[in-house]
Design a protein around this ligand. Structure first.
Ligand SMILES: Nc1nc2c(c(=O)[nH]1)N[C@H]1C(S)=C(S)[C@@H](COP(=O)(O)O)O[C@H]1N2
Ligand SMILES: [Mo]
Length: 232
C-alpha cells in the first residue's frame, strides 16, 4: 500500500528526532545556549543569555552583505541537494521543500561586522529535517554549504542540528527578498550570520572539517558570538 502524506510526514519527523538524539551530547556540550558564563552584556533574552554578544551593537534595519552579486533564483528554478557523507543523497525542489514540516521561530542575527538584528520571526524547515532525509553517515562531522553566488561556508554537524538552525523562506511573515538570500537561505542564530548561506543550493556532509569562503580568509571555523570567536 502506498504511504499516505500523514505517514510520510510522521516518518520524516521521526527520522529527524533520531538524528538529533544521535548527536544530542555534542549539541548540548557545544557553546552558546549551554554556556554558563557567556560574555555578553545587557538584559537577558528568552534563552537566558544577555541580549548582546560582546562587541555587538543593535541595528533596527537589516543590512545587506554579499560578495557583490545577488543571483536571481526563482522558486521554480531553486533546488537544494544534500550529498557527500550520506546514505541517501537527495535533491529537493520548491514543492518538495514546501511539503516538509514547516516551523516558525523567533531568533537574533549577529553579523561579525558587529551589528545584531534582534527578534526576527522566521518561517522555514529545520536543517535537521533535510539532513535526516539524506541520512548522514556516522562519520559525518561537518557541513559545507554552497550558494548560487559561489559562496561557501562550513559548520559542525552539532551546530547545524540545533532547533533554531533553519532553511528559511520568510522573514517577519513576508517572503524572503532576493537581497537577503531568497527564495531560501540558511540561518544560524547561535553562530555569526556568515555561517548561514543565502541562495543556498547544496549541503555537503564532510568527514573532516574544511574552510569555506570567509574561513579561508581568516574567519573562525567555529564562530561563536558569545565567545567573541570571530577570527582564527
Ligand atoms: N550566499 C551568500 N551567503 C551569505 C553571504 C554572501 O556573501 N553570500 N554573506 C554572509 C554574511 S557575512 C552575512 S553577515 C549574512 C548577511 O545576510 P544579510 O545580507 O541578509 O544581512 O549572510 C551570509 N551569507
Ligand atoms: Mo557578516
Amino acid at each position: 500500500m502506498a504511504e499516505s502524506d500523514a505517514e510520510k510526514l510522521q516518518r520524516i519527523v521521526e527520522a529527524r528526532m533520531k538524528l538529533r538524539d544521535r548527536h544530542l551530547k555534542r549539541i548540548e556540550s557545544s557553546p552558546a545556549r549551554s554556556d554558563p558564563n557567556p560574555l555578553g552584556s545587557g538584559e537577558r533574552n528568552r534563552h537566558g543569555m544577555p541580549r548582546l554578544p560582546p562587541g555587538q551593537h543593535l541595528t533596527k534595519s537589516w543590512p545587506v552583505l554579499d560578495l557583490g552579486v545577488k543571483p536571481e533564483v526563482s522558486t521554480s528554478a531553486w533546488r537544494l541537494t544534500v550529498d557527500g557523507a550520506v546514505d541517501a543523497p537527495v535533491t529537493l525542489d520548491w514543492a518538495a521543500f514546501q511539503a516538509l514540516p514547516q516551523v516558525k521561530d523567533d531568533s537574533d542575527f549577529h553579523c561579525v561586522t558587529t551589528w545584531s538584528l534582534m527578534d526576527s520571526t522566521w518561517t522555514g524547515v529545520p536543517v535537521s529535517t533535510v539532513l535526516a532525509l539524506a541520512q548522514p553517515k556516522a562519520e559525518a562531522t561537518h557541513l559545507m554549504t554552497y550558494a548560487a553566488d559561489g559562496y561557501t561556508t562550513n559548520l559542525p554537524i552539532e551546530e547545524a542540528l540545533k532547533d533554531d538552525v533553519l532553511l528559511v523562506h520568510a522573514w517577519n511573515g513576508q517572503p524572503l527578498t532576493k537581497e537577503h538570500g531568497g527564495p531560501v537561505r540558511m540561518i544560524t542564530p547561535q553562530l555569526y550570520a556568515w555561517k548561514g548561506a543565502k541562495w543556498i543550493n547544496r549541503i555537503e556532509l564532510l568527514t573532516k572539517d574544511r574552510p569555506g569562503f570567509w574561513e579561508v580568509r581568516g574567519y573562525s571555523m567555529t564562530a561563536h558570538p558569545w565567545r567573541d570567536d570571530r577570527y582564527s
